[in-house]
Write a protein that binds this ligand. Sequence first.
Ligand code: FDA
Ligand code: GRG
Length: 450
Amino acid sequence: MKYDVIIAGAGIAGASAAYFIADKGFKVLLTDVKPFDRAGDKPCGDALGKHHLDELNLPYPQGSELEGIVKGIDIYSPYEDMKYRVLGEGFEINRVEFTKRFIKAAQDRGADYLPETQVMKPLVKDSKVMGAILWSRNKGSWEVSSRLLIDATGMSRALVRRLPADWPIRDEVRPQDTNVAYREIRKIKEPPEEPEILRIYVSKEKAPGGYWWFFPYSLKDGLVNVGLGVQGGKGYPHPKGQLYKVINERPEFRDSLVIESGGAAVPTRRPINTLVWEGIAVVGDSAYTVNPIHGGGKGSAMLSSWCLSRALEEGPSSDVWGTNDLWGTNKCYMERYGAKQAALDIFRYFLQELSDDDLEYGMRKKIIKEEDLNTVSLKGDLELTIVDKAMRLLAGLRRPSLLIRLRGVAEYMNRVKQLYMNYPDKPSELNDWVKEVKNLYNEFTAKILK
Ligand code: FDA
Ligand code: GRG
């Protein structure tokens, strides 16, 4: 049997890709090693910004898909003397029900779905991916042909990492560009004071290179989603132990009950250099679509799948969708999210280097204001004028070097964003563009972070 598209992984990225692509009339096969009742069940904070659904014209979660309503996020300073409130609407979703929605919608549009089925490896012939080898306990292994194979296997990147080393879609993640996060869903005794406000606590001491969070989850059941992430590749302590230190010392968790627990890694870097190559594409965590400063990746995973589905509209120009046919995916993703993501990656480098004292000082002096923080996180824009204004207002105060470095950060964020907005129009220009990106990041690291 030949499919137009085989999708490995039915998490939010693969399941939404199956829906978007089947909706365009293509014959899709969606598979996952997990059974249907665990679809999309990756440990998560379960927060999703409403704007992602608006942008993709998707209905809001309702009924069993919805756990809670979000009106904003409080970001606490390291010593908790200060907090920033960033207003923005969103949801706490039930990740399994929300993912199942897409699987069912894809099936309604003719997609085949094989749970408990592993995609073992891509089939490469004449430098193109032409299908995959599948395996299940009942059937053993078998070959399926495709015009496009999508790797939506999350951080494991089970398929692309078996491709030839010189294919740009291999673009491997460095451990220091990941976070290792652990979370629990707990039933607590006292309901949180503001159940529609998520809380993020930044502290290098407690969560080096990450943060710990307290998200009110299911109000009717008195549940909260509480977790902690630390930067990978640095030898930092395990996030579970760090989270338990926090939980043990805070009264809100006294006599609380663990309902669910688990951890996983998240890529927290700029997007992959190309989401597509000959006969293959990556979406979601496999394409590093996660927001580098807060680690949220569900919305941008759906966006990457939507961009890919748009690029498929005209059909393949030969037996498979080649790199040229698929290139629009990159342009679409980089313009809508990747450029902001790359700029925020610069901001992440800076934040991860800051001491708790510097961060506390910066927040107390409101070097970046709450309303500006919203623009930074929504658009990846740190306006030079914001920093210049702070420099004038705070002239003569302690830590001028912090402000000077922040000015450098703003400059490089803008430059990186521009470079991604000018993503190459054709695959032949990719190599030179990647060199420019690497040079700009290296220059930033050498000039501003040192
Ligand atoms: P995901 O990993 O979910 O799915 C991959 C699927 O592929 C899995 O179902 C797996 O079984 C399957 N698979 C793997 N190998 C396979 C193979 N060979 N064949 C077939 N199937 C295979 N984001 C957010 O927006 N809000 C939040 O609050 C949080 N919080 C959060 C907390 C924690 C602790 C973590 C670790 C992460 C988050 N995130 C988040 C990030 C978010 O969870 C993540 O970006 C998305 O779930 C990624 O979805 P994907 O579908 O790309 O991968
Ligand atoms: C600090 C480098 C670094 C990484 C953090 C702790 C951690 C790693 C990951 C945990 C992930 C988590 C709890 C994410 C929730 C963040 C959040 C509020 C996501 C919802 O935001 P959206 O959907 O996303 O509005 P956009 O992309 O619009 O900002």
